[in-house]
Write a protein that binds this ligand. Structure first.
Ligand SMILES: Cc1cc2nc3c(=O)[nH]c(=O)nc-3n(C[C@H](O)[C@H](O)[C@H](O)COP(=O)(O)OP(=O)(O)OC[C@H]3O[C@@H](n4cnc5c(N)ncnc54)[C@H](O)[C@@H]3O)c2cc1C
Length: 435
């Protein structure tokens, strides 16, 4: 946020907006008042988390609510391992907050910069065929309504499957109760291998490894695989040597990768040999660390991303079609494609609603034009029954999304009831849910 002119930009630099006002409430009462005042003045109001969505889902044209002062634990139900957090709590703070309780979040995505409310609201997920996305960890939440009133949505409430992954469309979330698990460690095995070998064993590896994913480097025949196995929290730790963490994060996400992306943007012919070198350098090591240290990495190179969730059994054919497309076109793509898994869940707008899911994600350096690549890949993934990640770039509107989500119209009915005057709307929500 630029404080001089109040212009807000998202992390991927794909969205910018100058709200009429920016408010940073320090208590739930102040947050309620902000919402009530905005609604009474006929203004739209949106909470912004870490701005890590690539779509305009968080754009707040009228009143922008920044919840960084609403972080931390509110209360704990030790018996049920449930912890209620303030909605603005950043994910990277949660392991520290939970450590004294020897609890952890069951699964996480690639990074932990997001706010809790922001992450659940767009369907943020990690990988693991037996594990759901972050919204499936929600055992309750409190929504602030247009009149400033509080609506408590508990476990078992028929509203929970809508509100736990609500796109920010149903109200401002004041707190979130997470169903935690006993703290655990992950034994990680990272390998560089022939893509053909990875693909030949996909079902077995994704099905038998707790958390399996792979990256394919375009213009190469190689994949980098990550297989994480859950161990009790008391398991002896064998941390990754700092040099290997540095190599991986530099190659995939940070300093060295930034240099190669910039060089590749200027001289695209450099990309294939750089990808080949990176694909070979990654992998070949194992380590055991606390779960959050294995799940998440630092990502400092800005990029744009599109990701689709597909019925898991359609992944091999969809991946083959995308690979063929990349090989046929003259594009030079520096970012690897990422493939992950999630278990079927019951969150109405979840990309994994009602079906075991595999994800294909494509990325481009933010200074490159992503449009032709993303559009062509999107066409393929839609044909395989894909559902787009709500926080990542895509072109769908309400009419094309509705048939992809069995409970879409039920969600719209809840929205009509909770926000009839659309004070929580913005241009993106108009596009994906309708006005
Ligand atoms: C580098 C990077 C890595 C990523 N890795 C992954 C990944 O591994 N897996 C994955 O699935 N996604 C990933 N994402 C996408 C990201 O997790 C989502 O876009 C997520 O929603 C961002 O969280 P945020 O806190 O930045 O929310 P924002 O983008 O700021 O907001 C998202 C939505 O939440 C709403 N919101 C925020 N706070 C509240 C509140 N208190 N009440 C109501 N609504 C609220 C906003 O209004 C908006 O609708 C990644 C993004 C980036 C940039």
């Amino acid at each position: 946020m630029n404080s001089a002119n109040r212009t807000w930009r998202n992390w991927g630099r794909s969205v910018a907006v100058t709200p009429l006002s920016v408010e940073r409430p320090e208590s739930v009462e102040a947050l309620q008042l902000s919402v009530k005042r905005a609604a009474a003045a006929g203004r739209r109001v949106k909470a912004v988390g870490a701005g890590h969505s690539f779509t305009g889902i968080a754009a707040a044209p009228d009143v922008l609510l920044q919840l960084d002062k609403l972080q931390g634990i509110i209360d704990v139900d030790r018996e049920r391992r449930r912890v209620r957090f303030q909605a603005g709590t950043r994910l990277y703070r949660i392991p520290g907050l939970l450590s004294g309780l020897t609890l952890a979040m069951p699964n996480l995505g690639d990074i932990d910069r997001q706010s809790l409310a922001g992450a659940i609201s767009t369907g943020t997920h990690g990988t693991g065929a037996g594990f759901g996305g972050l919204a499936t960890q929600v055992a309750g939440l409190t929504l602030i309504q247009p009149d400033g009133g509080l609506l408590t949505v508990d476990d078992g409430d028929p509203l929970l499957p809508a509100a736990a992954l609500g796109l920010g469309a149903l109200g401002i979330i004041a707190d979130v109760t997470l169903q935690c698990v006993p703290a655990f460690a992950l034994q990680a095995q990272e390998e560089s291998e022939l893509l053909a070998d990875t693909l030949a064993a996909l079902d077995r590896r994704a099905g038998s490894t707790d958390h399996f994913e792979f990256y394919w480097f375009p213009h190469t025949d190689r994949a980098a695989t990550k297989s994480n196995t859950r161990l009790p929290g008391s398991a002896p730790l064998h941390p990754r040597p700092p040099l290997s963490r540095w190599i991986e994060e530099s190659l995939l996400s940070n300093s060295l990768f930034r240099a190669t992306c910039a060089a590749g943007a200027a001289v695209p012919a450099l990309i294939p040999p750089v990808n080949r070198a990176a694909a070979r350098l990654l992998g070949g090591h194992g380590y055991t660390e606390a779960s959050h240290r294995v799940f998440t990495q630092h990502r400092t190179v800005r990029f744009r991303e599109m990701e689709y969730g597909l019925p898991a059994d359609r992944l091999p054919a969809a991946f083959a079609a995308v690979r063929q497309l990349v090989e046929e076109r003259a594009w030079r793509i520096s970012f690897p494609l990422e493939v992950r898994w999630a278990a079927a869940d019951d969150r109405w707008l979840s990309t994994a609603y009602g079906r075991d899911t595999a994800y294909i994600a494509v990325h481009r350096y933010y200074r490159e034009d992503h449009r032709e690549y993303f559009t062509a890949v999107e066409e393929i993934l839609l044909a395989f029954g894909g559902r787009p990640h709500w926080g990542k770039l895509h072109s769908l509107d309400a009419a094309s999304l509705a048939p992809r989500y069995p409970r879409f119209n039920d969600f719209l009915a809840v929205r009509n009831r909770l926000d009839p005057d659309r004070i929580f709307a913005n241009e993106y929500l108009d596009q994906v849910l309708g006005p």
